[in-house]
Design a protein around this ligand. Structure first.
Ligand SMILES: [Zn+2]
Length: 191
């Protein structure tokens, strides 16, 4: 089946890994899915982080956070050098403010059903707030128990990372719709 290479893969099981996956085929074609500020805004929405307006500077910052998270993940997997600059960059973004949830008095109080109805009324997130959320997720992931379950898709060209939360931890592919399906077809052909 055809796979849209530009579509954001959300197979990582963690915000930080899904963000890292916005650059595909890292060792060969380096397939950039986050090409414009609008792409970043689209990813933010797909990730369930709200709708943000984004600038060229946000895009540049987003890619910097992404690459720092990627290289720290490789380091955590003993596959790359651990660089203090990456740590500093992720820490710096994680320290930025994120929108605080807020309560507001609810509508429909006149119906008498819920006289004291309260509603959650979150402020619009900013691009830098979103990067803070992603950076914090990376910190939590790389310093927590799930780091042991980070895998790379077994298709050598793919390079997508995911947290293997399958029973027995035997997940091999980023997705059964793409790399997994191709591997299955190869096996069938070889028979
Ligand atoms: Zn894959």
């Amino acid at each position: 089946m055809p796979v849209d290479l530009l579509a954001f893969p959300l197979v990582g099981g963690r915000l930080a890994l899904n963000f890292v996956g916005t650059l595909g085929k890292r060792t060969t074609e380096r397939f950039e899915r986050m090409r414009t500020p609008e792409d970043l805004a689209h990813w933010v929405e797909l990730a369930g982080l709200g709708s943000v307006s984004t600038t060229a500077e946000d895009l540049m910052n987003a890619r910097a956070v992404r690459e720092a998270l990627y290289s720290l993940t490789l380091a955590a997997l003993n596959r790359g050098p651990l660089r203090q600059a990456d740590i500093n960059l992720v820490n710096g973004w994680a320290a930025r403010a994120t929108p605080a949830p807020a309560l507001a008095t609810g509508v429909g109080q006149a119906d008498g059903v819920r006289a004291n109805a309260l509603q959650r009324q979150d402020p619009e997130p900013s691009a830098s707030g979103v990067l803070a959320v992603v950076a914090r997720d990376g910190i939590e992931l790389l310093s927590g128990p799930e780091v042991e379950a980070i895998r790379e898709c077994e298709d050598p060209a793919c390079t997508l990372l995911f947290v293997d939360s399958s029973r027995g931890r035997r997940r091999r592919w980023c997705s059964m719709n793409s790399c997994g399906a191709r591997a299955k077809m190869r096996t069938l052909r070889d028979r």
